[in-house]
Write a protein that binds this ligand. Structure first.
Ligand SMILES: *[C@@H]1O[C@H](CO)[C@@H](O)[C@H](O)[C@H]1NC(C)=O
Ligand SMILES: *[C@@H]1O[C@H](CO)[C@@H](O)[C@H](O)[C@H]1NC(C)=O
Ligand SMILES: *[C@@H]1O[C@H](CO)[C@@H](O)[C@H](O)[C@H]1NC(C)=O
Ligand SMILES: *[C@@H]1O[C@H](CO)[C@@H](O)[C@H](O)[C@H]1NC(C)=O
Ligand SMILES: *[C@@H]1O[C@H](CO)[C@@H](O)[C@H](O)[C@H]1NC(C)=O
Ligand SMILES: *[C@@H]1O[C@H](CO)[C@@H](O)[C@H](O)[C@H]1NC(C)=O
Ligand SMILES: *[C@@H]1O[C@H](CO)[C@@H](O)[C@H](O)[C@H]1NC(C)=O
Length: 598
């Protein structure tokens, strides 16, 4: 029989190990966010936008590789809310992903605390509300994951860090917009393109009315800034450029790229890029920062985002025409630009999947999915969009909860690996992923506009894209060496894009159209990835989980009293946890001394 002391020591060590694994000694960062409507007139028309702590766009979430992030979100909207973290991987923890399949929505008036670790990641991402077309009203903001100090940046440390959020924008409310989408009504030309929540600078009196506030980016001559530019909009591909300034591309969605100069960059919905921009021009005037819609005609001219780059020694305002857009009608220009973006395979960073592996081209593919999207069509009298003929139906019980509580019949694992010649249907059909498998997915765009597809939980290698229909022979054109690892890729109309992804992150992960109108009508699927072995480092059901659907009887009443001014009790909870950890450490030390003496 073990002595009681060694038993207690083991117990404490176990306890310590579990706490240690849960927190791994990495720092915490805490945010308290209240999400509510605020009044704003970005295009000169008063409207209700979604703000966070009264700000639009919301605050930047700023963390460092491996930090633990705690965000207490209070929903002060009049409808359910979930925030999702575009590109943040939530390793082994899809509970925190903030999409309809992973947790119940936060009811109006309630709060819910996200807690996740930004494990092995660096880069530029963003968050946004994932339900009910709310993203069209705002609620978004930047996410920055910095390198740990011991890992140098593959470029000089920039003199400043500037987040730029681009979005196509309508003066109609998100509720009106989603009604239109449900009724098959095209949303039409956006009323504008916002830059950081601001309307355009009045570069042309006939196109821009007076009295609109615009974004001014203040810079010092000679300095180099990191611009993190995100397309957080609904459905418009945007061309980003800064008059007379080079964009040195250095990072996209968590991967350092081969550093190359661009005059402009096409940024599709949901995509993020970092550029280094050096203030190397003389300051005779300010300069235009432009985000203009791609592949459209002149009826879209009023929908151009214009901000101002202002040197501290600038001698006057920007004037004259905007810098021209190259290759407006030419998707092959845009595709070639996309193909030129390569991964810097020698840059030190937190690695994308597979962890520590550079040679993705040598890995054997285990599963192939050719996913065909179609433009909206009527299914049982309702406008829907499909992937491989299936329009996703979100169940009232989230997939993760159904899996946890073994509620049968909520979803099926029968998503077809290619387009089936059968009538389209609305269904809750998932991809059955193989844990540690290596999946090839080919997106084939049968729509008439550019679509982007995003996968939660992973970075995937973009290995090829071309016009026409993908065939097995298309594999000979794949980039098997330095395709960039990212989480959102564009698929041009009548074209395909191929990605490779290592399914090493257990969970249920959302694969979706990032274009909001395509997504809202059903263009998404989930991939279930189950580790057949028990993994104690995998996050379990969060203690604060909200219950709904078939499990709603498990939900306790939430006290609606809510006081952030007292400081987040979660914060003090984790302080208690840390104190406990210390105590356990000290005690287990003494106990082990004791057992040595005995
Ligand atoms: C993010 O936090 C780091 C410290 O961890 C700080 O140096 C940096 O300036 C912050 N960046 C932004 C954009 O707030
Ligand atoms: C709601 O916020 C309070 C702090 O105001 C916190 O104690 C509680 O844990 C939060 N609820 C959830 C479900 O996260
Ligand atoms: C790639 O990263 C390395 C290491 O940080 C850096 O020295 C090099 O300049 C980068 N190469 C390119 C082409 O960007
Ligand atoms: C600044 O740039 C303008 C336009 O490029 C040029 O005409 C002018 O001579 C320049 N001034 C100086 C001081 O370099
Ligand atoms: C321009 O585009 C709009 C909307 O995309 C379309 O309705 C219109 O017919 C187009 N006009 C021309 C002249 O092609
Ligand atoms: C899902 O895939 C696993 C292997 O990865 C297999 O054991 C299981 O039977 C599959 N489930 C279904 C429903 O096809
Ligand atoms: C979409 O598919 C149909 C056949 O199903 C084909 O005739 C058409 O050319 C395709 N369109 C595009 C844009 O790929």
């Amino acid at each position: 029989m073990p002595s009681p002391s060694s038993f207690i020591t083991t117990l404490f060590l176990c306890c310590f190990l579990q706490l240690y694994l849960a927190f791994a000694g990495d720092p915490f960062v805490f945010y308290d966010w209240t999400v509510s409507y605020i009044g704003a007139s970005p295009l000169g028309v008063k409207q209700k936008v979604i703000g966070i702590n009264g700000q639009f766009p919301g605050p930047i979430l700023n963390a460092t590789t491996n930090w633990n992030v705690v965000v207490n979100v209070k929903n002060d909207l009049d409808e359910p809310l979930l925030l999702t973290w575009n590109g943040v991987q939530h390793r082994k923890n899809s509970w925190q992903d903030g999409v309809s399949g992973t947790s119940c929505p936060i009811p109006a008036g309630w709060n819910w605390t996200y807690q996740f670790q930004v494990k092995d990641q660096i880069g530029s991402f963003f968050y946004f509300p994932s339900l009910n077309f709310q993203k069209a009203a705002g609620g978004y903001g930047g996410v920055i994951i910095n390198n740990r100090e011991v890992i140098p940046l593959p470029f000089g440390f920039p003199d400043g860090d500037i987040t730029i959020l681009l979005s196509d924008w309508y003066t109609r409310s998100h509720k009106d917009l989603r009604k239109d989408v449900e009724n098959g009504v095209d949303l039409g030309v956006p009323d504008g393109v916002l830059i950081n929540g601001f309307g355009p600078y009045r570069y042309d009196d006939t196109l821009v009315p007076g009295g609109i506030s615009y974004q001014i980016i203040n810079v010092e001559p000679g300095k180099t800034y990191r611009f993190r530019v995100h397309n957080v909009g609904i459905s418009t591909s945007l061309n980003f450029r800064i008059q007379n300034h080079n964009l040195l591309l250095v990072e996209t969605e968590g991967s350092y790229t081969v550093q190359q100069n661009y005059e402009n960059m096409d940024i599709h919905v949901g995509q993020s890029y970092s550029f280094l921009v050096t203030m190397d021009q003389n300051a005779t005037t300010d300069y235009y920062i432009v985000a203009s819609p791609r592949f459209v005609n002149t009826s879209w001219d009023r929908a151009t985002g214009v901000a101002i780059l202002h040197y501290s020694n600038s001698q006057g305002p920007a004037s004259g025409p905007l810098p021209a857009l190259i290759g407006q009608d030419d998707p092959s220009f845009s595709m070639n630009q996309a193909r030129s973006i390569r991964w810097n395979v020698s840059a030190g960073a937190a690695r994308p999947n597979p962890q520590g592996s550079f040679r993705y081209g040598d890995i054997t593919v285990t599963d192939v999915y050719v996913i065909l999207n179609r433009p909206p069509e009527l299914i049982n009298g309702k406008w829907r969009t499909t992937l491989n003929g299936i329009s996703y139906l979100p169940p009232s019980t989230p997939l993760k909860l159904a899996q946890q509580f073994k509620v049968l019949g909520v979803y099926k694992l029968d998503f077809p690996n290619k387009f089936m010649n059968r009538p389209p249907k609305v269904d809750t059909s998932l991809i059955n992923g193989t844990f540690k498998g290596f999946m090839e997915i080919i997106f084939q765009n049968n729509d008439t506009t550019v679509q982007t597809y995003h996968m939660d939980g992973y970075a995937f290698f973009v290995v090829g894209m071309d016009f026409g229909v993908w065939t097995e022979n298309s594999r000979s054109t794949y980039n098997k060496w330095d395709g960039v690892a990212r989480s959102t890729t564009q698929v041009f109309p009548g074209a395909w894009t191929a990605i490779l992804v290592s399914l090493d992150n257990a969970g249920i992960w959302n694969l979706r159209a990032e274009n909001l109108n395509s997504w809202y009508l059903g263009q998404e699927v989930y991939i279930q990835v189950v580790n057949p072995e028990v993994d104690y480092t995998e996050s379990s059901l969060p203690q604060n989980a909200i219950y709904c659907g078939l499990l709603s009887s498990l939900q306790k009443e939430q006290s609606h009293k809510f006081d952030f001014s007292m400081g987040s009790p979660f914060c003090s909870n984790s302080r208690v946890m840390l104190a406990l950890l210390l105590l356990v450490l000290i005690e287990s030390f003494f106990f082990s001394m004791w057992s040595v003496v005995l």
